[in-house]
Design a protein around this ligand. Structure first.
Ligand code: GLU
Length: 473
């Protein structure tokens, strides 16, 4: 990360919002209401650490908007957590949900700790206490506010949260819907773990399939053969790299906080992950070259750059040196407004965070629906579909006197399982959102970039639900 930013993260979200609001017809008061963070809960609580010492933990939950309930958004564990950051991330959640038509308001939580410096037992105590604080203030619940994983958290933390919630709210039949991103055994949904990375892939693939956009960027259509750089080998970076590689792209570089590696003919993310597990670092990966600094990866010659770590990694200083033709914001807020302006001027396409990384919350929505309906996706129709397909296939084969290959038979017969339905729901969501935003952007030559078009889409949708509530004229 580079030098001091002239604006806070929340201010830069506000700036992007204001830039887009000019292209909408909404009343000033309504726009102010959409922008504001509705409820901010800042808390401090003591936790006794393994060495017997008490540490006072600083934590937050911000509910940006209740225009639709529950509010939704992850919880991050990081030393960089502060109120402003959580406010910014909560706002982005509102816009994100609106864009992908997920009927939630935005929220976010943060605990100011470094998860690496705590034992699993300490992390459990911190997470459970944080959940209890949320319950005390009515800041969590399937119809109120539903957390999820974010930077530094995952299934394990979500399991602690649902367990704590259930012990404090016995008898609540929908209690599994108080948090998403849970392990399958605790009410999670298949496909949630890879959802953000897969959504990033679906979104970029859709853009890459748009001939007029690709011609403007000087690239051929399609994902195949594209040279991709990924910053971050966490859940989002790992899965983004995986889906790009599986669809024929070449992931030439991956960066992590200890450094970056480069390999001309492509990196297999799983092998790199295993190498890191064994050696403690992504550096010295067989066949790859080490880059001096992790930020060097951002400046490599490539087609698509995917920042999938933290905010503000590309600013006015390093943006002029970025050589990618397209940037896919898998992280939340990886570019500062200065970087945005530089890329717009240089004709580099920025595919914005608040829709590109919406795969996580989209599948969280599917998980929440599963929890409220108390039934696994596909349970009712899988066998029925398979029986029907077998019957149709039998009829066709009987009438034509021909038989299909074993591989085709398996494909035709297959009844959808939970993961198939989740992936297809996500694909549909990302394709629609990409087209909707592009349509707004291309239909108004005054709109300077795709981010502004995405904000216009979000503002219009949130504004309509406020007017439907009858609060504003
Ligand atoms: N933390 C993810 C995000 O920033 C997921 C949020 C959720 O699933 O509620 O979008």
């Amino acid at each position: 990360m580079s030098s001091q930013q002239p604006y806070s993260f929340f201010q830069s979200v506000e700036r992007s919002f204001d830039k887009a609001a000019k292209f909408t017809k909404w009343d000033k008061g309504l726009l102010e209401q959409i922008k504001a963070c509705n409820s901010i809960y800042s808390m401090r609580f003591p936790v006794k650490m393994d060495n017997g010492e008490i540490e006072v933990i600083e934590a937050y939950r911000v509910q940006h908007s209740q225009h639709k309930t529950p509010c939704k958004g992850g919880i991050r564990f990081s030393l960089a957590v502060n109120e402003d950051e959580v406010m910014a991330l909560a706002s982005l959640m509102t816009y994100k949900c609106a864009i992908v038509n997920v009927p939630f308001g935005g929220a976010k939580g943060g605990i100011k700790i470094s998860p690496r410096s705590h034992s699993a037992y300490e992390l459990e105590k911190i997470t459970r206490r944080y959940t209890a604080e949320l319950v005390k203030k009515n800041f969590i619940g399937p119809g109120i506010d539903v957390p999820a994983p974010d930077y530094g958290t995952g299934e394990r933390e979500m399991a602690w949260i649902v367990d704590t919630y259930q012990s404090l709210r016995p008898g609540d039949i929908d209690s599994a819907g108080c948090v998403t991103g849970k392990p399958i055994t605790q009410g999670g949904v298949r496909g949630r773990k890879e959802a953000t990375g897969l959504g990033v892939f679906f979104g970029i693939r859709e853009v890459c399939n748009m001939p007029e956009i690709m011609t403007k960027l000087g690239m051929t259509t399609g994902v195949e053969g594209k040279r991709v750089v990924v910053q971050g080998l966490g859940n989002v970076g790992y899965h983004s790299a995986k889906f790009f590689r599986e669809h024929g792209a070449i992931v030439v570089s991956i960066a992590e906080y200890e450094g970056a590696v480069y390999k001309e003919d492509g990196i297999n993310e799983e092998e790199l992950f295993q190498h890191r597990k064994a050696t403690g670092s992504i550096l010295n990966f067989p066949g790859a070259t080490n880059l001096a600094k992790n930020t060097d990866a951002l400046e490599l010659e490539c087609d698509i750059l995917i920042p999938a770590a933290l905010e503000n990694v590309i600013d006015g200083n390093n943006a002029p040196r970025v050589k990618a033709k397209m940037i896919g914001e898998a992280a939340n807020g990886p570019l500062t407004p200065e970087a945005d302006e530089i890329f717009a001027e240089r004709g580099i396409l920025v595919v914005p965070d608040m829709y590109l990384n919406a795969g996580g919350v989209t599948v969280s929505y599917f998980e929440w629906l599963k929890n409220l309906s108390h039934v696994r996706y596909g349970r009712m129709e899988k066998r029925f579909t398979e029986n029907m397909n077998a019957h149709i296939l039998g009829q066709i084969e009987g009438l034509t006197g021909k038989t299909v290959s074993e591989k085709e038979r398996d494909f035709i017969m297959h009844g959808a399982e939970e993961v198939d339905l989740v992936h297809s729901g996500l694909e549909e969501t990302m394709i629609n959102a990409t087209r909707e935003i592009m349509e707004i952007w291309l239909s108004n030559p005054e709109i300077p970039d795709m981010r502004t078009a995405a904000y216009v889409s979000a503002i219009n949708k949130v504004a309509i639900s406020y007017t439907e509530l009858g609060i504003f004229p």
